[in-house]
Design a protein around this ligand. Sequence first.
Ligand SMILES: [Zn+2]
Length: 291
Amino acid sequence: MQQEMRQAVANAFQQLLSEKHLYQYVEVDTSLISTVAKTIHSGMRPAILSTGRMIKRSTLEDAEAYCRGKTTVIWHPSGVITNGIPGFDAGFDPLEFELPTINTFCNVCQQRPPFNPVPESSFWVCGAGQDEFFYLGYRCQQCKGQPIRFLVRREGLKLRLAGRYPLEVLPTPKVLPKGVSKYFGNALIAHHAGQTLAGLFLLRVFIEQFWRTVPAVQKLIAEKPRANGDEQGDAYQSVLPLDFKSRFPSLKDVYGNLSAAIHAADENAVLFDDSCAKIVEHFEARRLYKI
Ligand SMILES: [Zn+2]
């Protein structure tokens, strides 16, 4: 059971640090318990009493309870600094596990290469019960630069990404106009951190700020400074080829749907993903049409 739990905890850390964003969590997979409990139970020899009667030592439920008990111990990453934590050597019998290799975005390499754990510059803080904090250093295998620092919190079987330094940069699609693509990138960060409404707002800002770079929209604003989004959208549409408009997603439609969600305070994750996809498709089509 120890070995299986070690692996399950390491897998959860790998999934959390490679795939999840700020404040998201993963749960350690304990589906192995019933299989392991069956193995333990079937391996138990029956005891023979002095009367000659044979009894099973334990029930399958007991074996499962034993295995479940193994999930509630303290989890300690091998090699990570635990100095100054009273009682660590004396009373605890933690589950030692190896920190996994992960993949995350490297600001230097501008890619997602593998990162190795740096246990000697990682720290572990243990509160009451299963309230643990892991402050972990991870170094890029390619550039071997300054380690990225992660803060992970354990609550029961959950591991939550509580912090990351430096902040994860989410590369924006290259097809988006450089001057305004930061709004798109910030929208992704907000959405991944659970602030989808702010993400929807930033997508709308992205569209507005892009429109303001288009001469037809600039002309409209010069004549009518308070022109609203619909009017700006119309001015933008007026300069697109007919064929383009019939074949590709319209920024004006995306803008309208975003506005409706913002006014209704609708944290609509499906709309967020759909809007991102349509925006990217729109700009890919602009490139295709050499607009
Ligand atoms: Zn790197």
